[in-house]
Design a binder for this molecule. Structure first.
Ligand code: PLP
Length: 442
């Protein structure tokens, strides 16, 4: 599998074949499953996606942080092809197979924390988060769960109750699950000037102590860098202070690294950027298996082992093909180079985006880590969110063959999470397209 790593436009976006497929899709696919960019992708490799009209787009989203290792990574493809011809299903809880254990060994080895760890595997990020809730409740004998403003944890009943934004994730889909409490987040761009991470953590802790009570809480869930919320990086000290409070009160600290984990930010896990912060459990999914559906919970053995046999699992969770792909991804990360690449991408994105920020006051903030960087757009001279500018920029980029994603509680963030396999040339080309879009806005 290969594709020239080059942006090529041969028709308008969307092209005629995509437009026809979109008509078919509207006939049979439910309206609730929306689409950001209605072009149909036929094949992809590295950081290029080729649509059914022959257009080649630069992928600056990795299918929302999934193909971190690049589209159709050769070793992932081979691992899946070999596995699919050998064994596709037994159900691990009926009769086990080796790749499930191997991916567990790799995850346990590279997850932070100087203590014995264990893992369990599922299909989706939401399922990992739900299982982390179950595991924490069983281990503590408590029921209550804390989450943060701007958080995103999934689309199942429990996880949509853990999201900050009601629309579109929860509107009309209630009743939501109880025993979930939303605490204030550290949001440096929007918090009062100079608020430290410790102060923001104290604000959240005080709220939770009053509203819930530390002794009632089974777990605190936090994305070390918030994904859908707009790549919000909490102020230094926030995670550490929160973690110490959890430890002192017997609360399970869960880092939801479904989007930020697996080399995305230049470390195996984003929580490693905060010194002195050691979550008890980590949830992973998106980037772990190069596009195959695999998620997991990894963390302290005594917490993971508190659930009784038969309490965790699921028919397809950690399937032979998905875990074989996971092994191929984690082994390549282990061989090295990827974390460094994420930091090179960060340097390139930061230098270019900060330049653009100084000439375009519509960019209020540039933030993020590694290949997880975002710009927050505002009305120039204010911090007032500017969603129309995001809409116009996203449209401009899409029409010019660059797939970028929006995000943010206020719909005013553009996030960049390219595959780590992207070349400097492609990244520069994508940023040139973005720059032209900004010039057009101004
Ligand atoms: C995407 C995401 C989820 C949900 O993952 P799914 O695989 O879509 O269920 C959960 N948490 C975070 C932080 C995410 O980014």
């Amino acid at each position: 599998m290969s594709l020239e790593q080059k942006r090529i436009l041969v028709t308008p976006i969307p092209g005629p074949t995509s437009t026809k497929m979109q008509e078919r899709r509207k006939e049979v696919i439910a309206a609730g499953v929306g689409t950001l960019l209605p072009i149909f992708i036929d094949e992809a490799h590295g950081a290029i996606m080729k649509d059914v009209d022959g257009n080649q787009l630069i992928d600056m989203g990795s299918g929302i942080g999934v193909v971190t290792i690049g589209h159709t990574n050769q070793r992932v493809v081979e691992a899946v092809q070999n596995q699919v011809a050998k064994l596709t299903h037994t159900l691990f809880t009926v009769a086990p197979y080796e790749p499930y254990v191997r991916v567990g060994e790799l995850l346990v080895k590279h997850a932070p924390g100087n203590f014995k760890k264990k893992a369990a595997f599922f299909n989706s990020g939401a399922e990992a988060v739900e299982n982390a809730v179950k595991i924490a409740r069983k281990a503590t004998g408590r029921t209550e769960i804390a989450v943060f403003d701007h958080a995103y944890h999934g689309r199942t009943n429990l996880t949509m109750s853990m999201n900050f934004k009601m629309h579109p994730y929860g509107t009309g889909f209630g009743p939501l699950a109880g025993s979930v409490h939303h605490a204030p987040m550290s949001y440096p761009f929007r918090d009062s000037e100079g608020m430290t991470g410790e102060e923001a953590a104290t604000r959240a802790i005080t709220y939770l102590e009053k509203r819930v009570g530390a002794t009632q809480l089974a777990a605190v869930f936090i994305e070390p860098i918030q994904g859908e919320g707009g790549f919000i990086v909490p102020a230094p000290g926030f995670l550490r202070t929160l973690g110490s409070w959890c430890r002192a009160n017997g609360i399970v600290m869960v880092a939801d690294e479904v989007q930020s984990g697996i080399a995305r930010t230049g470390k195996w896990f984003a929580c490693e950027w905060e010194e002195g912060f050691e979550p008890d459990l980590i949830t992973v999914a998106k980037g772990i298996a190069g596009g195959m559906p695999l998620s997991g919970v990894v963390g302290r053995a005594e917490i993971m082992d508190a659930s009784h046999a038969g309490g965790l699992g699921g028919t397809f969770g950690g399937s032979p093909t998905a875990t074989a792909a996971g092994v191929a991804v984690l082994e390549q990360l282990e061989e090295g180079g990827w974390l460094e690449r994420a930091l090179e991408i960060e340097a390139l994105l930061y230098s270019r985006l900060n330049d653009l920020k100084s000439s375009h006051p519509v960019i209020g903030d540039v933030r993020g880590k590694g290949a997880m960087v975002a710009i927050e757009l505002v009305e120039p001279g204010t911090k007032k969110p500017n969603p129309p500018a995001v809409e116009a920029l996203v449209k401009h980029c899409h029409e010019n063959g660059v797939l970028i994603l929006n995000a943010g509680t206020y719909n005013n963030v553009i996030r960049f999470l390219p595959p780590l396999a992207i070349t400097d040339e492609l990244l520069t080309d994508a940023l040139d397209v973005l720059a032209a879009g900004l010039a057009k806005l101004a």
